[in-house]
Design a protein. Structure first.
Length: 92
């Protein structure tokens, strides 16, 4: 995991950027998520980040590998986000 942290584009970012408060329908939250996704887009360890997120059942919110898990870890949007993370991670 230390290699992931050392190479992660987010390592110097504020944690709130990747774990924004509020519901998905909140405009400010959407702006913060877009900022996180822009950082993730430049990251060289997206696949490892996605693997970490899908291997941890506690990952129910936040932005991992550019994917917004939302605000509560349930519903169709969450299931779609997990499927996207699994695809990035290379897991089926």
């Amino acid at each position: 995991m230390s290699v992931l942290v050392d190479k992660a584009a987010c390592k110097k970012s504020n944690a709130e950027t990747f774990f924004p408060p509020g519901r998905r329908d909140n405009q400010r939250r959407r702006e913060v998520v877009l900022a996180a996704q822009a950082i993730c887009a430049k990251c060289s360890v997206q696949q490892a980040c996605a693997r970490l997120a899908v291997s941890r059942p506690v990952a129910t919110n936040g932005v991992f590998a550019g994917v917004d898990l939302g605000d509560g870890g349930h519903g169709d949007e969450y299931a779609a986000a997990l499927a996207q993370l699994k695809q990035i991670a290379g897991a089926q």
